[in-house]
Design a protein around this ligand. Structure first.
Ligand code: PMV
Length: 347
């Protein structure tokens, strides 16, 4: 089958981990299983234009972000292409133009690697499907997740929604280190349209890239216990999701977030990725929760921003609190309102 040229476009969301992936082995195999909410509004939209070329010895591609040529993105994509070439063997036969944009500001401190790498993986799968039209649909999503993992580990959790598990766990049937799996058990309606308001405390470049971060787990004195804890937490989430126990949910995700940061504080070299305003926000959330009994909780990525998580039916009171008390701690007052989403779409 030969196709001379064409164009595919996908939009793919970001995701927020509840049980964190932190530490990996060769070939982007996670040291522990993780689970995330797929987001809805924070997305990357990528168009991949391809045309046959003569020379088939090298990858040839250009990258554009918001219409502007971005040569500094090329090494990461070159590495990605090298890793996935065996699975999408047409890569050297075409010249590619990768045009990408994010729905969130790039200098927001929100990593675009999960949405960006999953969007690109989906575009490659679409070309593969054009070349092999009989490819079944379930294979498509699983393979897209598999490819996305090779771009950025957490990207494999962005293909579908609304809750995705990645990493082999005895508690989750069908889970794999190789791709994300839609959470296969019952989830209580308390978690329907769960809200995530992302408070942008620090919009600067990440102090520690996730590659460096994952590597810090290699000689980490607490690594073994941490990996076991992630397994245990995933198992503990099962009855929590089933019963809708929001208090237990909040305790678990906040502990996960603080443990992620504790791993960075206790590695060598060590890092503190929270800012004073991160702690101000956490303390305000705890005080408000105690005073009101509302189900507001937080999680953190490998940075200073705070993801405020809460059920939809408490949104009006909690948003009022966020506006009155928390926005003051955000850089330029900036925050992003998001909620659970259902995965990527072809445009
Ligand atoms: O996908 P990476 O290599 O950028 O790692 C992401 C790590 C965390 O965001 C901190 C946790 C997670 O599970 O998403």
């Amino acid at each position: 089958n030969t196709i001379e040229s064409g164009k595919v476009t996908w939009e793919s969301p970001s995701n927020i981990a509840l049980v964190k992936y932190w530490g990996k082995k060769k070939d982007q195999i996670p040291e522990n299983p993780s689970i995330s909410f797929t987001l809805n509004n924070c997305k990357t939209i990528t168009t991949l234009t391809f045309s046959k070329k003569e020379d088939v010895h090298n990858f040839e591609f250009d990258v554009f972000l918001d219409g502007e040529k971005k040569d500094d993105f090329k090494p990461k994509i070159q590495t990605f292409f090298e890793r996935v070439e065996v699975y999408v063997p047409f890569l050297k036969q075409y010249k590619f133009k990768i045009e990408t944009e994010n729905t969130f500001p790039h200098s927001s401190g929100i990593a675009s690697s999960a949405s960006g790498m999953s969007a690109l993986a989906l575009c490659l799968m679409s070309i593969k499907k054009l070349l092999n039209p009989e490819m079944p649909n379930d294979y498509f999503n699983q393979k897209a997740s598999f490819l996305a993992r090779l771009g950025s580990g957490s990207a494999c959790r962005s293909i579908e929604g609304d809750l995705i598990v990645w990493g082999q766990s005895n508690a989750i049937e069908g889970s794999s280190d190789l791709f994300g799996l839609k959470y296969p058990y019952r989830v209580h309606e308390n978690f329907t349209a769960y809200q995530d308001t992302i408070l942008l405390v620090d919009k600067g470049e990440k102090q520690v890239s996730s590659t460096v971060g994952h590597n810090l787990m290699h000689k980490h004195p607490y690594a073994k216990n941490r990996f076991q804890q992630a397994h245990d937490n995933l198992e503990k989430l099962k009855p929590i999701f089933e019963s809708g126990d929001l208090d237990a949910f909040i305790a678990l995700i906040e502990s996960e977030a603080l443990t992620l940061h504790a791993m960075m504080m206790t590695s060598m070299p060590y890092f503190i990725l929270m800012k004073p305003n991160t702690l101000e926000i956490i303390n305000k959330i705890w005080k408000f929760r105690q005073e009101t009994g509302l189900h507001i909780g937080f999680t953190l990525d490998a940075g200073a921003n705070v993801h405020v998580l809460y059920p939809k039916n408490e949104a009006s009171q909690i948003l009022e609190f966020i506006n009155n008390e928390l926005v003051a701690y955000c850089q330029n007052g900036h925050y992003i309102c998001d909620q659970i989403g259902f995965g990527a779409n072809q445009l």
